[in-house]
Design a protein around this ligand. Sequence first.
Ligand SMILES: *[C@@H]1O[C@H](CO)[C@@H](O)[C@H](O)[C@H]1NC(C)=O
Ligand SMILES: *[C@@H]1O[C@H](CO)[C@@H](O)[C@H](O)[C@H]1NC(C)=O
Ligand SMILES: *[C@@H]1O[C@H](CO)[C@@H](O)[C@H](O)[C@H]1NC(C)=O
Length: 247
Amino acid sequence: MLSLTGKAPFYAAILLFVMTALTLYARTHRPSNSARSGSTTEGTIIYDPGAPTFHLPAQALVSSNIPFLNHSTPKPFQSYLQQTLDYTHFSDLFAAINATVGTLQTRGEAHVTVVTPPEFDRALKPAGVTIKEIEEIALRNNIQKARLMPVCLGRFNGTLPNPSKAESDKGAFILFSLVVADVYGDLVNIRREVFKLYRSKGGQGALFQPEGFWPHITIGFDRRDLFIEDGLYKGSNYCYAPIRTSK
Ligand SMILES: *[C@@H]1O[C@H](CO)[C@@H](O)[C@H](O)[C@H]1NC(C)=O
Ligand SMILES: *[C@@H]1O[C@H](CO)[C@@H](O)[C@H](O)[C@H]1NC(C)=O
Ligand SMILES: *[C@@H]1O[C@H](CO)[C@@H](O)[C@H](O)[C@H]1NC(C)=O
């Protein structure tokens, strides 16, 4: 009969194996800080039945060689921060979508808004954060090199949940956007730095949520673009059709 002491190395080896496996599992399954942003990488994707698959060149989301564009017009809702992309890579996607709709317009440019005009006008600016300071944070963090992954094509087709009294808010709207994931947190980290500056200037924490961020690229709309202020959340919840990237 083997003594217990004789079996100890065997049990120790098993224990070590289990602990190593658990550590590795915890590491690979721990949601990193970065991936938690905007929940696009964690949310459930439900495509519309019968939605076609759309295509996008792989380089469409690489913007490291595109110059930073500032938007700092000192007028209401004209100051914001964006990562600029090259629209030429998106024009085929726009055409493919419009071929199924027929009424879409495009702005002929592509970008990811990182700090929105309402965020700037309603929270950041009143606390004394300038657009120049925001741009400095963005440039220091290489905003144009932010790494994006495609999630899906998002679509809204319906009436606004909270229309203003204006005639222009009545009736149905159609909007398509490419939902993207800020997989490494490059963009949310810029927002977190902006938040720190905002708080250091006495800004109310409740009015600016750095992780309240659903990165996307507006592709086309029939009447106008629609925003979170219109009641639209553009995370993976917004998915309509799959996107496949190709060389
Ligand atoms: C912002 O961009 C304009 C051109 O669009 C440029 O003339 C100006 O110098 C830029 N401002 C800053 C602060 O980078
Ligand atoms: C939008 O919804 C309307 C009403 O349900 C439908 O008739 C129309 O085909 C839809 N358009 C698109 C582009 O899905
Ligand atoms: C969208 O499709 C319609 C119908 O084919 C076409 O007339 C229109 O020019 C297209 N829009 C754009 C911006 O290309």
